[in-house]
Design a protein around this ligand. Structure first.
Ligand SMILES: O=C(O)CCC(=O)C(=O)O
Ligand SMILES: [Fe+2]
Length: 316
C-alpha cells in the first residue's frame, strides 16, 4: 500500500508518476475547481468536499510557522541518535522515506505537530473542518496522525483509500506539507476525483490498481502546493503519494479528525478533543494511556497555548 510501504517502480507494471505528469501536464491544473481561499463560505467548501472528496485550502497557514516546523523536523531526523541506533523512533522507514507518530517528532522543546495543530485551530481551516463534520465538537485522532519525511523516489502509479488503509470510520484527513510542493520536483499527493462514496476493490497490498487510476486522466489532480496550502480528503478519496526520482526531501503531516461523538474507544489513545470556548476552537480534553508515549507532547507549551484552563487530561 502506498501509505506505509511503497514498492519501487521496477517492481510494478505500468506507468510511473514522471511519465504521467509529462504525458498529461493538464492533471497539474485544478480543473475541478477544488481550490479555495479564506473568502469562500465554509458551506461552499464543504459542498465541494462532499461532491468530490477533496478540497485545497490556499494560504491556510503562515509560511513562517511552517519554516519553524520544518527546521525542527529536519533536526529530528538528522539527530545522531537515530542513525546511531538505526532505530526509527515510533515509526518506520523504507526507500521512500520515514514516518513517525506525531508525538515522537521533537527537537528540544519544539513539537512541530503541536505547532501545526495550534495554528490549524486559529485558522479558517477549522471553520471548514467543523462544517464538513457538521459539529464544533471534534476529535483529533493522534493515533492515526503521521509526521512524514518523504524521499522523492520513482514510484509507479497506484492509489489508496484511507477507509481501507487507516481506519474505516475516520471521515477526513488534512494533508499539510511543511513547504511548497512542485510536481516533478518533490514528492506530493495526488487525487482521483470525484471520490466513489464506497470502498473500491484492491490488490493484495491494499492499493487500488493503476488501471483504475489511469482509466480516465480527466479525473486526476496532482496539485502544486505553496507553503501554507493544505488539502482535506475524505476516507473514500482515492489518492496517492507521488514520486519522480529526484531524491529531494519532503516533510508533511497527516492529521485525522472525526466528530467527537463518533470517536471510537479503539481510536482514542491518544486523541485530543476540540470544542468552542468563547467562540474560539479550544483543546478541552486530552486522552491517552501511560504507554502511549504521548505525554510530553500532550503537555507541551505549543499545545497548551490552544488549550482551555481546565483542560481535562483523561488517562485511559
Ligand atoms: O504523505 C503521503 O505521501 C501520504 C499521505 C496520505 O496518504 C494521507 O494523508 O492519507
Ligand atoms: Fe492516505
Amino acid at each position: 500500500m502506498t501509505l506505509l510501504v511503497s514498492l519501487p517502480a521496477f517492481f510494478r507494471d505500468g506507468m510511473n508518476y514522471k511519465e504521467l505528469v509529462e504525458s498529461h501536464p493538464e492533471i497539474m491544473r485544478d480543473r475541478h475547481a477544488l481550490s479555495f481561499s479564506e473568502q469562500r463560505r465554509p458551506a461552499d467548501i464543504a459542498d465541494a468536499f462532499a461532491r468530490s472528496g477533496v478540497v485545497m485550502l490556499k494560504g491556510a497557514l503562515a509560511p513562517q510557522t511552517l519554516e519553524t516546523c520544518v527546521k525542527a523536523f529536519r533536526c529530528f531526523v538528522d539527530a545522531p541518535e537515530a542513525s546511531r541506533t538505526g532505530r526509527r523512533r515510533n515509526g518506520g522507514a523504507n526507500h521512500s522515506g520515514s514516518w513517525y507518530s506525531p508525538w515522537a517528532v521533537r527537537h528540544q522543546d519544539c513539537f512541530p505537530t503541536a505547532i501545526i495543530i495550534s495554528a490549524l485551530l486559529r485558522s479558517w481551516t477549522w471553520d471548514v473542518v467543523e462544517e464538513i463534520c457538521g459539529s464544533s465538537h471534534i476529535a483529533i485522532v493522534l493515533k492515526f496522525c503521521t509526521a512524514r519525511r518523504g524521499i522523492d523516489s520513482p514510484l509507479g502509479v497506484g492509489a489508496h483509500q484511507d477507509a481501507k488503509v487507516v481506519a474505516p470510520d475516520i471521515p477526513l484527513s488534512i494533508w499539510i506539507p511543511l513547504h511548497h510542493i512542485v510536481p516533478n520536483l518533490n514528492s506530493g499527493l495526488g487525487f482521483v476525483v470525484p471520490h466513489p462514496g464506497r470502498l473500491l476493490p484492491t490488490l493484495p497490498h491494499d492499493d487500488v490498481s493503476a488501471e483504475f487510476v489511469l482509466a480516465d486522466p480527466a479525473r486526476l489532480w496532482i496539485p502544486a502546493f505553496a507553503a501554507g496550502d493544505l488539502t482535506i480528503h475524505s476516507r473514500f478519496s482515492p489518492h496517492f503519494t507521488t514520486g519522480y526520482g529526484t531524491l529531494s526531501d519532503r516533510f508533511s503531516l497527516e492529521i485525522r479528525v472525526t466528530p467527537r461523538s463518533d470517536l471510537s474507544p479503539t481510536h482514542e489513545d491518544p486523541a485530543i478533543c476540540v470544542s468552542r470556548r468563547n467562540g474560539i476552537p479550544t483543546i478541552v480534553e486530552a486522552r491517552s494511556s501511560a504507554v502511549s508515549g504521548a505525554q510530553a507532547f500532550l503537555d507541551c507549551q505549543q499545545l497548551a497555548q490552544a488549550a482551555s484552563e481546565g483542560v481535562r487530561k483523561v488517562g485511559i
